[in-house]
Design a binder for this molecule. Sequence first.
Ligand code: ADP
Length: 470
Amino acid sequence: MKLLFAAAEIFPYAKTGGLADVAQALPSTLSKEIELFSVMPLYDFIDREKFSLTEMHESFQITLGNNIYDISLFEGMNQGVRTLFVHEAMLCHCITPYGNKNGDYLSNDLRFGIFSKTLVILAQMFEIDLLHLNDWHTALAALWAKEILPELHVVYTIHNLAYQGLFPRESIERLGLREHYFTPEGIEFWGEVNCMKAGIAYSDVVTTVSPTYAKEILSPEFGCGLEGFLQVHASKLHGILNGIDTVLFDPLVDNFLPENYGSKKFKTKKNNKILFCTEQGFEDTDKPLIVFIGRFTEQKGLDVIIEVLPKLLKENLNFVILGEGDEVMADALKAVSQHYDNFSILFGYDESLSHRMYAAADFLLMPSRFEPCGLNQLIALRYGTIPIVTEVGGLRDTIRDIDKRDNSTCGQGIVLHTLSSKALIEAVMRSLQLFSDTKQFSTISKSNMHCNVSFKESAKIYLKLYRQEV
Ligand code: ADP
């Protein structure tokens, strides 16, 4: 079986969130079992020299609507996986994959239309048996595969249903799609074109990134308006938990850390904390350190964190937030930081800093409103940092409350049943209480480090699904 695994971002070439991590870690695990290539766009900001990317001989043209686009191909190797890069001027001329500070690029329908159509041509060219698509950026390939290459098997994974790739009706013409797709059974959604719907409707198998999220998205609360549509296609929907690359995220060998540690050398974790807290200018580096790492959105519950922050910062703790996103939230955080010397706000996206924070922290705060899978809590487990999470999606499938006796999940943490300011304060209070019980705190932190957070088990489930198809 020959597999083509397609995503709009793959670590380390481009990353805005968990999709890039998964698009690196899953193919890397699968490549030990089957022949596969990964494929992504060659955005202008990708350093071709640094990653030793070379141009391939193959180049061709594709047509969308009335326009012809010139495609060239590059290739590179990453962690044993051959990655193809698609270059086309409009697709690749950008400073981040999806937009700038003014919002998403207006040409995203065409940009990812070009990428999606190219995927089907590549499948033909490289005699691919199965095309694995990820999120709306690749979803139109499912529709074109049915037209151009009906024997190709297609798996589509939903990483976050909140981002559906919605465009005005005129996109049908720009993309050269037949009018008959513009129906509620096809890709029409309240008068607009919905790329996510193409992935769901025209793929042979649809997966999402945790068993709980697979159930949740069938309900109005989590279905983002597609719950009815997903119910129609529910028989081909599977929930498969994400994992992380346990080599890239390994505190024993992580080059980003000032001092490496493991569960047997757990005391060394504290040196990372002291160094990091000193860097932040915190007076008392012994206080419990809580961190938040992620996008500034309501999805991540950051609005509730902001609401309770002044109250939390009166407690005996240090708090650091790293991330970027919503400007209003960023301004609110900046304002709070001016009044408290036990709080730091670090703006931007910084891979190395995030690793140092996972290593330094005692607790990772992740009170998401919804969370398809979530990788931060898995990374936290690996670094012996106790997650404080809400009971939704993949968080529910990976973290059980410290007071719960069952063994349904591997990792232990502090679990909020529903997100509210009261529940968030209570959860942080519980974490402070746990921290003061030094023995229990270190037993849980160390035992979390032994959780299996790799892709090994989930890759077996993907393989089984692929083999049932091909
Ligand atoms: P998302 O919904 O953003 O995809 P996930 O939990 O699935 O969230 O994955 C987030 C990934 O991005 C993790 O690897 C996390 O460490 C990383 N990350 C998020 N924000 C930042 C940041 N500001 N700097 C560095 N890494 C970040």
